[in-house]
Design a protein around this ligand. Structure first.
Ligand code: SPV
Ligand code: MG
Length: 292
């Protein structure tokens, strides 16, 4: 593994963003998925950074994605990933919590060697953004949220740690104008960039936002999470102006059916021979994963 000291890792994200039209980020939710993101390579292509998702961190604990998994627990997960990887880490900071707590949390993450946090402009009991219609998604007052961003930036000790503002206007069924207005407010408040999200699969809200926002703010980083509008390729998203593309949950979502299939196969057979041979890594291979 390459060097993973905090002071060497923290600034890597900023450098990558300066050097590339867009970067590719994959979810890492524990040491093992961190290793997968660190090592995955196909035709010379790799992931640039890791996303520590609140959804995946919650699912792995069997809990809902509503901030019940608290910051101390999130820090433990992040530590686990930092320990065995060297790529930069972007943390999903949910709403950021109370501003008085947020200023401490950003300093903790900065000291650990995390490169960025994204916080979302929702309030009340946070629910996952893709929960679907019927889930009440309440937006925070934009100036209150902007103040959280400003206070977070002021609390930092380096220029390397980035704070991104996630706009949930589309998740709350608001207009593109509403989202653009919030984006302007958050950039003015000192956000290092914007994340824009949508639960719709046609990607029209995202396309419209990117096109209009980038006309006025060509140099501001925009992050997208194409979970629902998954047909969009990286090239298409980048051509629209996206600078960071996050695959937010795909390792965990693919692991679950694989684990369930094995659990059910052993129940069916009352024996593990076939499940081992058909579905599992050999013991030799799994031990190679954690080679020293
Ligand atoms: C997460 O991965 O926890 C996110 C992205 O916040 S989403 O689940 O799409 O809201
Ligand atoms: Mg989340």
């Amino acid at each position: 593994m390459k060097c993973n000291l905090p002071e060497l890792r923290r600034g890597k994200l900023k450098s990558l963003l300066n050097e590339n039209k867009y970067i590719r980020v994959m979810e890492a939710s524990n040491g093992l998925s961190g290793l997968i993101v660190e090592r995955a390579n196909r035709n010379g292509k790799e992931y640039d950074a890791m996303w520590v998702s609140s959804l995946c961190d919650s699912v792995l604990k069997g809990k809902p994605d509503n901030e019940v998994v608290d910051f101390s627990s999130r820090v433990k997960t992040i530590e686990e990933i930092l320990e065995v990887t060297s790529k930069p880490i972007i943390v999903d900071g949910d709403t950021g919590g109370q501003v008085e707590h947020f200023v401490h949390h950003v300093r903790t993450l900065e000291r650990m060697g995390v490169s960025a946090i994204i916080i979302e402009d929702k309030k009340g009991l946070k629910q996952n953004s893709l929960f679907g219609n019927g889930t009440e998604q309440i937006l925070e007052d934009k100036l209150t949220f902007a103040n959280k961003i400003t206070r977070g930036k002021e609390a930092l000790q380096t220029e390397e740690f980035l704070i991104f503002a996630r706009i949930e206007s589309f998740i709350a069924d608001k207009s593109v104008e509403e989202a653009l207005d919030r984006a302007e407010t958050y950039v003015d408040a000192g956000a290092d960039g914007i994340m824009i999200h949508s639960y719709k699969s046609d990607g029209e809200e995202i396309t419209s936002f990117l096109t209009r926002f980038k006309k006025d703010y060509p140099d501001v980083i925009v992050i997208v999470i194409p979970t629902t509008y998954s047909k969009f390729t990286e090239t298409q998203l980048s051509d629209l102006g996206a600078n960071v593309i996050i695959y937010a949950n795909h390792l965990l979502r693919s692991a679950y059916p694989a684990m369930l299939r094995t659990a059910e196969k052993i129940l069916e057979d009352e024996c593990c021979e076939e499940a081992s041979n058909e579905y599992c890594l050999s013991m030799e291979e799994i031990l190679q994963v954690i080679r020293g």
